[in-house]
Design a protein around this ligand. Structure first.
Ligand code: NAP
Length: 278
C-alpha cells in the first residue's frame, strides 16, 4: 500500500482527499502541523516518512487578498512549492499538485488545452503559474492538475454559501463561464490515479465536464435543494482581483491518459448534495 503525505489536509480539497485515501498509509498535515513555508520541517517529514506520494493541497487561495499580499501568495504558491518539489525529487516521491484555470487570461472561446499559452490576469493566478513552472524546473516526478471553481459539502465555497445564506434574493454574476468542479470528484480521481498510476507525469486539466456561469450554477443549486430563493443575474461585481471571463479547460488528455471518465457538472453537484444531506 502506498505511503502518502497530504499537505493542506484541512482545506476543502485536502479534506476530500484525506477522506478518499483514509485506508492508505496516510500522514495528513494541516498548516499547524506542517507549515509549507518551513522547508526544514518539510524535509524532516519526508525524510522520516519516505512517502511514495506527496499530495499538495496547501495554497494561498484568497484570490482578492492576493492582490495586496503578493509576497505571501508567491511564498506559499511558488517558493514553497519549488522547495517541496526538490524535496520530493531528493527522496523519490511523486508530487501531486493542484493549479488553477486562473493561469489563463479568459479570452479564449473554446476550452483551453494544457499547452495553450498561459497569461494570468491576477496575482493569485500568476503565483500559481510560478508554482507550476517551479515544479517543472526541478524535473521531479510530478502531476499538476489544474482544477476550477471547486465546491464541496464542507469548507468555504459557493455551493455552501448559496445553500446556507439567510438572504432570500441573490444577485449572481452571469458574465463568467467555467466548470464548477466537485472536490469529491477530484478526490475520487486522485484515488484512482494512485491505484493505477501510469507514470505519465506532467500537467493536466481536471474539471467536471460541461460549462455554466455562476448564475446558472446558483440556479441549479437553488433548484436541486428546493431553496426557493430568487436568483438574479448581474453583469459583474467590482472585486480587487480581475476574473477570467471564460475558463473552460479541455480535460480529454486526462481522461485518455488515466483511462477515467470525469463526471459532468450535474453529476458533481449530485455527489456533493448527497454527501451534504447525509
Ligand atoms: N477553491 C477553488 O475554487 C480552486 C480553484 C482552482 C484551483 N484551486 C487549487 O486547489 C487547491 C486546493 O484548494 P482549496 O480550495 O482546497 O483551498 P483551501 O480550502 O483554501 O485550503 C488551502 C489549505 O492550504 C493551507 N495552507 C495555507 N497556507 C499554508 C501554509 N503556509 N502551510 C501549510 N498549509 C497552508 C490552509 O490551511 P489553513 O486554513 O490552516 O491556513 C488550507 O487548509 C489549491 O492548490 C488551489 O490553488 C482551488
Amino acid at each position: 500500500m502506498s505511503k502518502i503525505i497530504v499537505l493542506g489536509a484541512s482545506g476543502m480539497l485536502g479534506t476530500a482527499i484525506c477522506e478518499q485515501l483514509k485506508n492508505h498509509n496516510l500522514q495528513a498535515h494541516t498548516s499547524a502541523s506542517l507549515d509549507i513555508l518551513c522547508s526544514q520541517k518539510l524535509h524532516e517529514a519526508v525524510a522520516t516518512f519516505k512517502p511514495d506520494y506527496i499530495i499538495n493541497c496547501a495554497a494561498y487561495t484568497a484570490v482578492d487578498s492576493a492582490e495586496s499580499n503578493k509576497e505571501r501568495a508567491y511564498a506559499i504558491n511558488a517558493t514553497a512549492v519549488e522547495k517541496l518539489a526538490q524535496i520530493a525529487n531528493q527522496f523519490g516521491a511523486t508530487l501531486i499538485h493542484f493549479s488553477t484555470d486562473y493561469v489563463f487570461d479568459g479570452n479564449a472561446t473554446t476550452p483551453y488545452r494544457v499547452n495553450y499559452p498561459t497569461a494570468p490576469i491576477n496575482v493569485y493566478g500568476a503565483s500559481k503559474l510560478a508554482g507550476e513552472e517551479a515544479i517543472r524546473r526541478t524535473g521531479s516526478a510530478h502531476y499538476i492538475f489544474r482544477v476550477s471553481w471547486l465546491f464541496a459539502p464542507h469548507g468555504k465555497n459557493f455551493f455552501r454559501w448559496v445553500a446556507e445564506t439567510d438572504m432570500e434574493e441573490l444577485n449572481i454574476v452571469d458574465s463568467q463561464t467555467g466548470s464548477p468542479t466537485s472536490a469529491l470528484d477530484v478526490a475520487a480521481f486522485i484515488k484512482h490515479l494512485i491505484k493505477n498510476d501510469p507514470a505519465v507525469y506532467g500537467t493536466y486539466h481536471f474539471t467536471n465536464t460541461g460549462s455554466c456561469t455562476w448564475f446558472a450554477f446558483a440556479k441549479a443549486i437553488n433548484d436541486k435543494l428546493s431553496l426557493n430563493k430568487k436568483i438574479n443575474p448581474v453583469a459583474s461585481f467590482k472585486t480587487a482581483a480581475a476574473r477570467p471571463t471564460y475558463s473552460l479547460m479541455d480535460c480529454s488528455e486526462t481522461e485518455k491518459t488515466f483511462d477515467y471518465k470525469i463526471p459532468s457538472i450535474e453529476d458533481g453537484l449530485e455527489h456533493v448534495i448527497k454527501s451534504y444531506k447525509s
